[in-house]
Design a protein around this ligand. Structure first.
Ligand SMILES: [Zn+2]
Length: 306
């Protein structure tokens, strides 16, 4: 699906009015949090033009407030608009806060390679992108005292190693980033899978009443956190059963992994509603990829011997 520079404001369906939700095409939702002291842009979208749209939406709140920027992680849909805020010719200078590993990822050769590939495919969108690192990084926790609202930033690795989430205790609101997604978040390595499930469990424990996600349009509550956890628990049970019956199972040599493991998407996801409406990718390849990752993790951690 080609990318777009359209960024729309999503109508508020009940969350605190100090949070604006902005949507880039059908790709990703990002946030603007307006506190007494700061206007905080959470994620910078895919290029400088889309980041500028966020600044446009933030503009009316900026007089008398400092602008801050956060990257929940360094993926292209969250951090490739950073150059608007940092660098020698940044048009809207502002501190960019992120986990230390987000800076490392933005400086990594693989990210430069990914950018080059996307520039070749969609030069109008990605041609202008200059990978730009966050300017203030942390390892374990960082708190922003906004005056009326407090933003608590903390690591939630798994989807990526640099991922952070943000909790606003005064309004019991969690910005989960990509730590949870509809119908499920992806870990990119087998190691990331247990981390991702631990992060989901930690987020569910916060007992937030409002939870906003980057890839779960329409979801504003904590239920998705529990549903994501339930999905991975059911997936693990199916994989353990399959390994017990067939210890020589090679996940890479089965054409239809879900069928071979007798673990269909519909069997391990909540029934009805949004889960039936997700893109078919999630029900087929996406679900098979999750099975492959779960088997790889069980095998690597020696749990297939148990
Ligand atoms: Zn994302």
């Amino acid at each position: 699906m080609p990318h777009t520079e359209t960024v729309k404001l999503i109508p508020n369906t009940g969350w605190d009015e100090r949070i604006l939700v902005c949507r880039n095409g059908t790709l990703v939702n990002v946030f603007i949090v307006v506190t007494a002291r700061y206007v905080v842009i959470v994620d910078t979208l895919i290029n400088p033009a889309t980041a500028q749209r966020l600044v446009d939406y933030a503009q009316t709140y900026l007089p008398g407030r400092q602008l801050l920027v956060i990257n929940t992680h360094a993926d292209y849909d969250h951090a490739w608009g950073n150059q608007l805020f940092a660098g020698p010719r940044a048009p809207v200078p502002a501190p960019i806060l992120a986990h230390r590993m987000a800076a490392a990822r933005l400086g990594a050769p693989e990210t430069a390679q990914e950018l080059a590939e996307m520039q070749a495919k969609e030069p109008a969108i990605f041609g202008p992108v200059v990978l730009t690192k966050p300017t203030i990084t942390f390892d374990t926790a960082l708190t922003i005292g906004g005056g009326d609202l407090t933003l608590e930033l903390f690591p939630t690795p798994g989807h990526t190693p640099d991922h952070i989430a943000i909790y606003v205790p005064e309004i019991r609101t969690l910005l989960a980033g990509d730590a949870a997604e509809l119908p499920f978040p992806f870990a990119h390595t087998a190691d990331g899978l247990p981390q991702m499930r631990a992060s989901l469990a930690a987020l569910a424990k916060l007992k937030a009443t409002t939870v906003l996600y980057c890839h779960a349009p329409g979801e504003t509550g904590p239920r998705l956190l529990r549903d994501n956890l339930a999905y991975f628990d059911a997936l693990e049970a199916a994989c353990r059963a399959a390994l017990a019956q067939n210890p020589g199972l090679d996940p890479d040599q089965m054409d239809d992994l879900a069928a071979a493991l007798n673990c269909a998407y519909a069997d391990v996801t909540p029934r009805g509603g949004a889960w039936d409406e997700v893109d078919s990718f999630y029900r087929t390849e996406g679900h098979a990829e999750q099975l492959r990752m779960m088997l790889a993790w069980l095998r690597a951690s020696g749990q297939d011997q148990a």
